[in-house]
Design a protein around this ligand. Sequence first.
Ligand code: CA
Length: 359
Amino acid sequence: MQRRTFIAGAAGATAAGAALGTRSAWAKPEHKWKMVTTWPKNFPGLGTGANNLAKLIGEMSGGRIEVKVYGAGELVPAFEVFDAVSRGTAEMGHGSAYYWKGKSEAAQFFSTVPFGLTAQEMNGWMYYGGGLELWSELYAEFGLVPAPAGNTGVQMGGWFNKEINSVADLQGLKMRIPGLGGEVLKRAGGTPVNLPGGELFTSLQSGAIDATEWVGPYNDLAFGLYKAAKYYYYPGWHEPGTILEAMINKTVFDELPTDLKSIVQNACKVVNQDMLAEYTARNPAALQTLLTEHGVDLRRFPNDVIIRLRELSNEVVAEIADKDAFSQKTFASYQKFLKQAKEWSAISELTYLRARDEA
Ligand code: CA
């Protein structure tokens, strides 16, 4: 009887220690991971989201997994994150799937699609509509396990040094715009370029590019893009709810015990939701700062430009289906979900948002 009381007391004390986060209660790390990222170290939202993920995995595992985060270029360059985790140079990575379209065109569906799903709809497709299963199937070929681990919400159209008053103004426009949005711009007569975030400001300021998109007010303010461009266009037709991804080396992940697998996956889920909440809170405040303190010229893309970009987007997205059997399957799943999501959003979010604002 006494012995049982003693054991219960000791277990209680350990639990209390862990709850307080005291160092002595933490296990010695069983797994020391490196997380390489496509973001500048500590970059607001994206980089801090990666930091948050590493911290959560450490806390939730009671210190059994220790994750050290590396910014772009610290261990590997931004666009080598996928390969680094695939070959095991790092155990984990944080990026966005559209950066890896060179590996598979279908990867772009797991990031964002022009005129496609919003953040909320994207999470529906991922967790309950078959999206994450398809993504896992694709990444398994490269020895990776993916997970949604952040979302920016609807992005901004970008920073321009040329006015966009008509479809003709897209002709010859040299713009940093990755993924499918870039392909759409190309068909509209522009020249898309892909540059990591850290190179945007100087490229825009030097005139090497006419325009750049990045994320939204919170991130764009942090990069000081308003100092290098005249006009800030909306909406971000090309990125309506971009998923940031976590990827884990599959051999490393498969060797984890069930509880640690669950901890890693659920930490990703927490960060996925948390990042969207952070953007939802910080974007409005940052936009006010841009408008009132920095006198930014905010412009909406004209309707005919939006309509043309949407026509071209539909073409570009549909063509991915022709690339290979996997892309066909992913396109079919995405389109089916999108059709239903649009019908439902038309009578829920869309109608509500209008009802809230209109007289
Ligand atoms: Ca973007």
